[in-house]
Design a protein around this ligand. Structure first.
Ligand code: ADQ
Length: 546
């Protein structure tokens, strides 16, 4: 390298380091979350309930092998569970799961370093088809996402959904015994679990986080069992959504459907003798870990190796990373890419598009159709816009390990997130966290929860093909200084609020609002702010028999 170039490289490096320092440390570390949990939840067991298990066992050449079902949420809850040592109840889906549990269907986790118990619930193929593929993914998922895919409402799916929710609740109750416990339920697979839990144990503290959007009443009212779903959800003490809009939509649906007092100012719903607090909590990623991994020499080397393998030397790289799901706007993205190359000719042959797409819910026809569409578009684009050094579009249809995904984030000059509707979208935040050199640009759909926080992105509607093609061109054409400045602001936002902040906020709110709930709405035996148990009629216990 010539001395002038070396000097410039050193100055750039110094400026990046200074910028990274100015971003400051994340507010909550994994250790801080563990310390908080031990200090604030010492007297009750934590029970997490989710459809997906944090660890699966799969058959390997030398017998069962433990596989971590990674994801920001699993990692954060795993940290709390390791600190507190509770029980995680989930569907046992690995092909060696049954071989690895004890007589109570439990396996100690993390394997090899046991700190908490995973209690597996078994579902038959029929239950899985009705509860998961049926009601959860063919009725609730399209209903909540409002992307013009018509939800399917089948009575047998609904019956399986109720039965499986009850099965999960029974497993939680068996694990709780008669001890005080805080149950933290995840997502739309388990809308009814709280109701079954509270029927048996009104004193349990039960909360649900809903990871997908919530529709407005006009959309919601087509659900034949809308009343039952809302009643089930109102059995929770705290209900969390990613953004305020989804929380408000939920409260509007309650107002329209049930006899209940909806207090918009306090964000609380009172029904009979129960109160449910409704709150927004924006989920995030383990931003610091991603940033450090992306900054490592190993990642930089891997990124350059991939560049060579894909024939992308001298080219800019555009990236998409998604489950193959119709809500992610993949067809719209490919169509916009086609228009981009058609209209912005100077980029032809100078940009490579990498789409990493993990197959998802392939038992459903709508999902197989997304795969077909993406494969067809890849062929069309590669035919229309050939390049000498390699294909214009690379479609990688598999699940990548984080160590393989982060180099792609690092390599990408632009990441496209084009969801037609999305609760949050973690890919947007992962990409920003994994761009420590500030060399990147995010094209982001306004219909993601993430768009509320990531305003310096190039925000454009996936329904606007022309706009998306132009936004992509702008993201590539914008001078480097502005691109870096925008990425710097995005990183500041993502690093300031990580997945451990989210977990701490949710748990702290559950504990704190439990204390603030007026006695009239508190279940018998639940302690008030002074730790005084309430009397059976809900009034505070006078503390003696005099
Ligand atoms: P998802 O709809 O699954 O999550 P998203 O938030 O983007 O969507 O998370 C996807 C995760 O899967 C990311 O961590 C990403 O890295 C990973 N992933 C995607 N494709 C992959 C591949 N090919 N290989 C490896 N990993 C891949 C739901 C809601 C979202 C909400 C999250 C969390 O739909 O709106 O943000 O839950 O609450």
């Amino acid at each position: 390298m010539a001395p002038a170039n070396r000097a410039r490289a050193a100055l750039t490096h110094a400026a990046q380091k200074a910028h990274q320092r100015s971003e400051g440390p994340p507010r909550t570390s994994r250790e801080a979350l563990s310390t908080w949990a031990r200090a604030h939840m010492p007297d009750r067991e934590l029970l997490v309930l989710s459809n997906r298990e944090p660890w699966s066992h799969v058959q390997g050449d030398d017998g069962p092998r433990a596989v971590r079902n990674a994801g920001g949420l699993t990692v954060a809850l795993d940290a709390v569970m390791q600190a507190l040592g509770g029980v995680w109840v989930a569907h046992g889906s690995g092909d060696a799961d049954r071989e690895t549990v004890d007589e109570r269907d439990r396996v100690a986790c993390p394997p090899g370093r046991p700190r908490y118990q995973l209690r597996r619930v078994w579902l038959s193929a029929e239950e899985q088809a009705g509860y998961y593929s049926g009601f959860a993914n063919s009725a609730l998922w399209p209903l909540c996402h409002v992307v013009y895919v018509r939800p399917r409402f089948a009575l047998s799916d609904w019956e399986h959904y109720q039965a499986v929710n009850r099965r999960f609740a029974e497993a939680v109750l068996a694990e709780a015994g008669d001890r005080p416990a805080l149950v933290f339920i995840q997502d739309y697979h388990l809308a009814l679990a709280a109701k079954y839990l509270k029927e048996a144990r009104p004193d349990l503290q039960v909360s649900l986080f809903w990871h997908i959007p919530w529709p407005n009443p006009e959309v919601f009212r087509v659900l034949p069992w809308g009343r039952e779903i809302l009643e089930g959800m109102l059995a929770n003490d705290v209900l969390g959504f990613h953004i305020r809009r989804h929380a408000m939509n939920f409260m509007d649906c309650v107002s329209d459907t049930l006899e209940a007092r909806v207090d918009v100012e306090r964000m609380a719903v009172d029904r009979g003798s129960r109160r449910t607090w409704v709150r927004p909590f924006a989920i995030s990623v383990d931003a610091e870990e991603l940033s450090v991994l992306a900054d490592s020499a190993e990642t930089v080397r891997a990124a350059e190796r991939i560049r060579g393998e894909l024939g992308a030397e001298g080219c800019r790289v555009v990236l998409g990373v998604d489950r193959l799901d119709y809500t992610k706007g993949l067809t719209e993205r490919f169509a916009a890419y086609d228009r981009f190359l058609e209209k912005h000719e100077h980029w032809r042959g100078r940009v490579v598009f990498i789409q990493v797409a993990v197959p998802s819910r392939i038992e459903l026809p709508e999902y197989r159709a997304v795969g077909d569409s993406v494969r067809a578009w890849t062929q069309v684009l590669n035919r229309r816009f050939p390049r000498e050094a390699g294909p214009t579009v690379h479609l990688i249809e598999r699940n990548l390990d984080f160590r393989d995904l982060v180099p792609l984030y690092r390599l990408a000059d632009v990441c496209m997130v084009t969801s037609l509707h999305d609760g949050m979208n973690l890919v947007a935040k992962e990409y920003v966290a994994a761009s420590p050199d500030l060399d990147g640009a995010l094209v982001l759909s306004p219909f993601t929860g993430a768009a509320r926080e990531l305003e310096p992105a190039w925000i454009v509607s996936p329904y606007d093909q022309e706009g998306m093609a132009d936004a992509l061109a702008q993201a590539l054409d914008t001078p480097e200084a502005e691109r870096r400045e925008r990425m710097g602001r995005l990183r500041e936002t993502v690093l300031r609020h990580n997945i451990f902040d989210w977990t701490l906020e949710v748990l702290d709110t559950i504990v704190g609002l439990g204390l603030r709930t007026p006695a009239a709405f508190r279940p018998p035996d639940a302690p008030d702010a002074n730790g005084t148990p309430a009397a059976a009629d809900g009034t505070p216990d006078a503390g003696g028999d005099s």
